[in-house]
Design a protein around this ligand. Sequence first.
Ligand code: GLA
Length: 389
Amino acid sequence: MDIVEKVKSEYKKHYESDAEKLFFSPGRVNLIGEHTDYNGGHVFPCAISLGTYAAAAPRTDSKISCYSLNMAEKGIITADINSITNKKEQDWANYLLGVIKIFQEHGFVFGHGFNVVIYGNLPGGAGLSSSASLEVLTAMILKEFYGLAIDRLEMAKLCQKAENQFVGMNCGILDQFAVAMGKKDYAMFLDCNTLKYRYVKLELADCCIVITNTNSKHSLVDSAYNERRSQCEQALADIKQLKKVDSLGELNEAEFNQVKQAIKDPTCVKRARHAVLENQRTIKAVAALENSDIALFGKLMNESHVSLRDDYEVTGRELDTLAELAWQQNGVIGSRMTGGGFGGCTVSIVKNDCVESFKHNISEKYTQIIGHKPDFYVADIDDGTKIIK
Ligand code: GLA
């Protein structure tokens, strides 16, 4: 049974009627521009064909009833749409309920509840934005069932707010933007300062995008993330003593070198250097791709990983092992960690005829070094969140 049929039939099983609408929301992979979004820099993500499916229908009462096939052991989770709060026992559904709550705070009124059954084929905790996928999926359900006049960019912004304020993860706009705005075969070049963006066709000649999962989850990822963010804020506050600037993304390398002595803490200097140089690399990488210079694009990806490893310190043994192994393989144009870091995935550009040897060699060596296997996904670049039928 395909995924859509499975979600439909599970809906029927739990709610004894047919779902009214089916939805799909992608995950994302960021090609370059990491930890730049909350620093007013650029990112370059694309939406992928792995993601989250939902079967849903409105109810007549005020109940929200949700069930995830990935979290079957949690059973059906319910809440009243008029009194949503973050509760530990709501578990994964807090991401969904948070979006409803933030929409209400922005003036949207929901006169009734709905039922929803979810199934995701994104590996959880792999840094491919399973949370943003679920959030924007929820936003799309709300738009559809309540006839909301809201565009995709606004949906992404409110979903980010839900994650910041309801879930408590201080993320930037990268994930929710990529999931909401994705376009088949295109990546998105987004200036997170102004939210201006353009679509760039991903023409990779004889290459494809391979995502490799470390299959390692780390605890305290959110607190390390929030710590990096405040270190960058500290660096910016110090720089402001010397120069009028609103975000690290406004500085180029020469400007940064002129003001960096204002940053008091040496760790904050490293964090800020990453934010500034990664932003510059992202701008250069997109230009390289538009000039069909994939080799330069790959080189900049590799440099991005090194900066995330040495200056931002968000890689760790598993991600470094994967990147270093990738750099040794034939047919690899570039490879780097993608997403927040620590555990999660790398993204590599690999020649089509080298993908099998890439998988085989890396799997063998990574397993020897780390003690468990990685997983590989050849990414299909897909559209943003949509109604399937
Ligand atoms: C996570 C966050 C994003 C972004 C990346 C790092 O995915 O949710 O906002 O900061 O990390 O680039």
